[in-house]
Design a protein around this ligand. Structure first.
Ligand code: BG6
Length: 484
């Protein structure tokens, strides 16, 4: 496979929160990899901006450390790193005051793409947006990149959208959901819309149900303060799982263009039915082998926030009426494994009789790890002994099929940042989409809060609470195993 890298236009990228965790773990190493891939033009400039007092040299050192720690850099790349650092600068800026803005402006060049990455808490979005304007840094085609969480509920998301809209046009706002930057997530669209094979079967007539699983092995770690106010519903379902859901369920957009795709996703969210409270299972991980339980991790002995959630949803439209979508996500589960499984219906009549058993085609799209696809097909078990049927996977690991280059998949963040520079919003969420997702999420959270629902404990390393298994068993179905 030949990878084709098309360099982007010259740009100035300012990272607010340039010394923070996300910048060090994802944004800066990602930019370095794009530089190594030859995608970054000679005159690209990356400027870290934060409150800490630091000069260019100090920041460059911090960036070099971050690249080495988080960038998967093989030894011997010192020259390469040094060349990358020539593009890096730093400005001490007071996001809510006046300090540093004039100096930051002084660093920006005319006539090249300007992007401002808000890698800061949402409480600072408004202040920064306003100061970019009042200090004359924002030009008509400047772009801003906004991190999740985009609001805490519908009201706060609306307020954020309004604040940003005072200073920037929707076409300038890039709301990141890094799941949309994952290779396989985009492949989902290729599989659906570039093949004739699947789309005719992609509906309630042929699909029995769809399962979406995003399982993690990590706990909430040092993010307890943030996480306990969010929980799995706000942290994962409202955004990442919702995006996967939309791409699986949406109608074919007329074009692979920002508004065509986002219009279709929005229709899916708006067609989601409210979820029956009996179809929601929330869980909290228990203690194990001396590791703390969830409540210890978040330092609230009475916390009722969920670190696991499973739900069954329905979409009220012609394509999906009656087809259940089962979603689950959680921390400290058996394996880090994310996949979407499209489980097709039984053949209408079995000519092989009841003894041949029940067999189903299942299309599995593995998001991570080992990205790829499997299609279970039913065949005759080889050998004598009559017509015995067996399901075998047509397995396609992208790495096996496409060669070693496929293993070197671009990280979600690097791809999305390059899309910002290119001015392509297809893989970013539009304001109305985010609001619609909250409008569906809010009543579910309000419902369980009003009911005083307490999450069920589950063992770390398990598949979540027993009730989550029952959610499917009651329907005569079962979850796929969580494994890598
Ligand atoms: C983040 C969530 O958005 O996504 C985290 O806040 C979660 O809680 C992470 O761990 C998962 O991302 P990935 O790319 O590791 O699946």
């Amino acid at each position: 496979m030949v990878s084709r890298v098309i360099p982007v236009d010259p740009f100035d990228l300012v990272i607010f929160g340039g010394t923070g965790d996300l910048a060090r773990r994802k944004i800066l190493p990602g930019l370095y990899r794009r530089f190594c891939a030859g995608q970054m033009p000679e005159d690209a400039a990356i400027i870290g901006a934060a409150r800490s007092e630091m000069d260019d040299a100090g920041y460059r050192q911090m960036v070099a450390d971050a690249i080495r720690e988080f960038g998967g850099v093989p030894p011997g790349e010192d020259d390469q790193i040094a060349r990358f650092l020539e593009r890096i600068g730093y400005e001490t800026v007071d996001a809510t005051g006046t300090g540093g803005w004039a100096q930051l402006k002084g660093r920006m060049r005319e006539g090249c793409v300007r992007a401002f990455y808000f890698s800061v808490g949402p409480s600072l979005f408004g202040a920064i947006a306003e100061r970019l304007h009042s200090n004359g840094l924002a030009t008509a085609d400047s772009r801003i990149v906004v991190e999740k969480p985009f609001g805490h509920d519908l009201a706060s998301a609306r307020a954020l959208n309004r604040t940003l809209a005072q200073h920037f046009d929707e076409s300038q706002i890039y709301r990141i959901d890094h799941y949309l930057g994952k290779e396989t997530v985009q492949n989902l669209m290729a599989v659906r819309f570039a093949n004739v094979l699947f789309e005719p079967l992609w509906n309630a007539q042929y699909v029995d149900h769809i399962q979406i699983t995003v399982a993690e092995t990590v706990g909430v770690g040092g993010r307890g303060g943030y996480y306990d106010k969010s929980g799995a519903m706000r942290d994962m379902v409202q955004n990442h799982l919702m995006q996967l859901f939309c791409l699986i369920a949406m109608e074919p957009p007329a074009k692979f263009e920002p508004d065509s795709v986002r219009d279709e996703k929005l229709k899916v969210i708006r067609a989601l039915e409210p979820v029956d409270p009996h179809h929601i299972v929330r869980g909290q991980y228990a203690a194990t082998n001396g590791d703390p339980d969830y409540r210890d991790d978040v330092e609230d002995p009475r916390s009722t926030t969920e670190s696991f959630i499973a739900l069954k949803c329905h979409i009220s439209n012609w394509r999906w009426a009656g087809t259940p979508f089962y979603l689950r996500t959680g921390k400290k589960l058996r394996a880090r494994a994310s996949e979407i499984a499209v489980v097709f219906k039984d053949a209408p009549h079995s000519i092989f009789g009841a003894e041949a058993g029940r067999h189903r085609n299942v299309l599995v799209i593995r998001l991570q790890p080992n990205e790829g696809m499997t299609l279970d097909v039913t065949i005759k078990e080889p050998g004598p002994g009559g017509m015995r049927l067996v399901d075998v996977p047509l397995d396609m690991s992208f790495a096996d099929a496409l060669g070693p280059d496929a293993q070197d998949v671009t990280d979600a963040y690097e791809r999305l940042i390059m899309d910002v520079i290119r001015g392509n919003q297809t893989l970013f969420m539009r304001g109305d989409e985010v609001e619609a997702a909250w409008a569906w999420t809010d009543p579910l959270i309000e419902g369980w809060t009003a009911r005083g629902d307490v999450p069920k404990p589950y063992d770390p390393g398990s598949a979540g609470p027993e009730d989550a298994l029952m959610l499917m068993h009651r329907d005569g179905r079962r979850w796929r195993e969580i494994r890598t």
